[in-house]
Design a protein around this ligand. Structure first.
Ligand SMILES: [Zn+2]
Ligand SMILES: [Zn+2]
Length: 174
């Protein structure tokens, strides 16, 4: 027979951490405002029950979009190796890819990835989706892999590594 665990014994980081990051509205977070459509100055390119997408305010490429979860997840380090987070990131990637394929079908190269803290600009997880070329061209530096912990890696690498049981935050970001 299964015993129910008393709530006061569930004190592991996973459970509490998971609950703790669910913020209905962090009013000071600009991306939460965008996700909840309370920022009227931002045009949403895509919106569903999990994510929204919009243009980067300071584009670094021919097309440069951000896909963010509606849920406030601060950074890539807060992602967990769970089916839930894996499918969330897959979905973010799918949305980004379909928008870029629609809006920049002639681009030969695309790039998708996360900035790893402290190099992230906003503490609300956002997937950078770029259709190259970079504009201006030196911007490529910001979105290039600089090493194992400070690079900007394509998400294909992320998913391959996830299958090898390595935590997401160890391999993606800038
Ligand atoms: Zn937020
Ligand atoms: Zn960023």
């Amino acid at each position: 027979m299964l015993m129910a665990t008393p709530l006061n014994q569930i004190n592991n980081g996973g459970m509490i951490g998971r609950m703790g990051r669910v913020g209905s509205c962090l009013s000071e977070c600009i991306f939460c405002q965008i996700a909840s459509s309370s920022s009227t100055s931002t045009t949403l390119l895509h919106s569903d029950d999990k994510v929204v997408a919009f243009r980067d305010i300071n584009p670094s490429a021919f097309r440069h979009y951000l896909v963010i979860p509606k849920q406030h997840i601060p950074t890539v380090k807060n992602l967990q190796r769970s089916p839930e987070d894996f499918s969330l990131v897959s979905h973010m990637l799918d949305v980004g890819k379909s928008l870029l394929h629609r809006d920049a079908p002639q681009s030969k190269h695309y790039r998708f990835g996360f900035h790893q803290p402290p190099f992230n600009s906003v503490d609300h997880l956002h997937l950078h989706c770029l259709a190259l070329p970079f504009t201006p061209s030196w911007r490529f530096i910001k979105y290039s892999s600089l090493g194992p912990l400070v690079g900007f890696e394509d998400l294909e690498t992320l998913f391959n590594t996830l299958r090898k049981n390595v935590h997401m935050s160890q391999i993606i970001g800038i």
